[in-house]
Design a protein around this ligand. Structure first.
Ligand SMILES: C[S@@+](CC[C@H](N)C(=O)[O-])C[C@H]1O[C@@H](n2cnc3c(N)ncnc32)[C@H](O)[C@@H]1O
Length: 232
């Protein structure tokens, strides 16, 4: 919301978020989805193409992947996909407002194998608490990994944040998704197992997200250390 004299004052942070419907050249509000770490983008491209009714924002740290996806989207005439080069941990809290997202896809996030590096993993208490706020009621998290131990800890993290597991507490999905990611297509050929889970947001969190993240951390879940590592 713009105050009468906003031209002469600092903008409120809420005024600085992208206007997604306008940026996607839509006339009204649209279903907005987010993919974190699309890699070479097979999922992003095919999902956007198959669902012209939604808008998909993808954030990827590897510039060459971003350029490749943009080029392929352009060649295929896909207009409902925007791919940005950047760190989702930094951009997601700044770019989306409460209840704005319909679905978030986190597919095969980097495993950070060593125990001392687990704190750098994409799925942590802060992301889970934040997505409780940014997804609207009944909005969904689509999580996939090829690392069984990551699957187990991520399922616990989403559930601890208050998401409802579609397959029951601790459960994994047996359904083959409509669209596979780049990596998942390779595994479909080789037969390597994939662990998938879906979570529904029951509604806005009943506590402030920072408080929720703190509470989860008190229960021994990680999050803050990730930032500390990045600052060094
Ligand atoms: C293992 S790849 C999986 C790529 C793709 N989702 C797939 O399934 O084929 C993980 C991807 O996440 C990206 N990534 C890692 N950290 C990220 C971050 N903080 N923000 C955005 N992308 C990130 C990596 O650059 C990489 O492309």
């Amino acid at each position: 919301m713009t105050s009468p004299d906003s031209a002469h004052t600092c903008a409120h942070p809420d005024e600085l978020r992208p206007d997604w419907p306008r940026d996607f050249l839509r006339t009204g509000a649209q279903r907005l989805e987010l993919e974190i770490g699309p890699g070479r983008g097979a999922f992003a491209l095919d999902h956007a193409k198959a669902h012209p009714e939604l808008d998909l924002v993808a954030i990827e740290t590897r510039r060459s992947d971003v350029e490749e996806i943009r080029e392929r989207a352009h060649k295929r005439g896909i207009r409902n996909l925007m791919v940005f080069h950047g760190d989702a941990k930094v951009l997601v809290p700044r770019w989306f407002g409460p209840g704005q997202l319909s679905q978030v896809h986190v597919q095969f996030p980097d495993p950070w194998w060593k125990a001392r590096h687990h704190k750098r993993r994409m799925v942590d208490v802060e992301l889970a608490a934040l997505l409780r706020l940014l997804l609207h009621k009944d909005g969904e998290v689509d999580f996939r990994t090829d690392v069984p131990e990551y699957a187990k800890s991520a399922v616990r993290t989403w559930e601890d944040a208050g998401f409802v597991n579609v397959d029951g507490a601790g459960g994994l999905s047996k359904l083959i998704p409509e669209t596979l990611s780049t990596r998942e297509r390779r595994y479909a050929q080789t037969g390597q197992p994939v662990y998938r889970a879906r979570f529904i947001n029951p509604g806005p969190p009943d506590v402030n997200v920072d408080v929720l993240a703190e509470r989860l951390e008190e229960q021994g879940r990680t999050g803050r250390e990730w930032k500390d590592v990045r600052r060094k």
